[in-house]
Design a protein. Structure first.
Length: 172
């Protein structure tokens, strides 16, 4: 057997193994990108509803899926850390906190979009959302119901009861 025969046998045996490994690698990369896209799409879709469960879950998955070791994702992690720091900051006024939160969320979404090859400018991210007034009103009403129910249960608010006399029975 010659060297050429040995190389042919080696190539014949190792070819399918290498092909499977390359396929698995490409599938893993596709799945990884899919998870990152899911986070980005959820955050974009819920950016007007930042207290929604889906939004919070997506935020909490950022540091699981994005890495500061990858150049294109380093900015995402940096902006996520800034945003997370603000979310826990109780030292600034509610108005300042609200404005800063929006700005930092826009910065985070912009960095995520850039790392995933989306071309959104910051003005689009900030202003191109639809949030019906009815949703806001519903949210406020639900919050008021929860707050007042808790006050009744804690005993800090009384529950008024109106007693009316029963209807008169017809005389037979």
């Amino acid at each position: 057997m010659t060297i050429a025969d040995g190389l042919i046998i080696l190539a014949t045996l190792s070819g399918p193994i290498i092909a499977v490994q390359v396929t698995r690698y490409l599938d893993d990369k596709k799945e990884e990108r899919g998870r990152k896209l899911a986070i980005f799409k959820t955050l974009m879709a819920t950016r007007a509803y930042t207290v929604s469960n889906a939004h919070v879950e997506a935020l909490n998955r950022i540091d699981l899926e994005f890495s500061s070791k990858i150049d294109s994702e380093r900015e995402v992690i940096s902006k996520w850390k800034e945003y997370l720091d603000l979310l826990g900051d109780k030292t600034i006024s509610a108005e300042q906190w609200g404005m800063r939160r929006i700005d930092l969320l826009v910065e985070l979404l912009s960095a995520m979009g850039k790392s995933l090859d989306y071309k959104f400018d910051k003005v689009h991210i900030k202003n191109a959302t639809y949030s019906p007034l009815a949703h806001g009103k519903l949210e406020e009403e639900q919050q008021a119901i929860r707050t007042k129910t808790i006050e009744v249960l804690e005993g800090t608010r009384s529950l008024s009861i109106k007693v009316e006399s029963p209807p008169e029975k017809p005389q037979s």
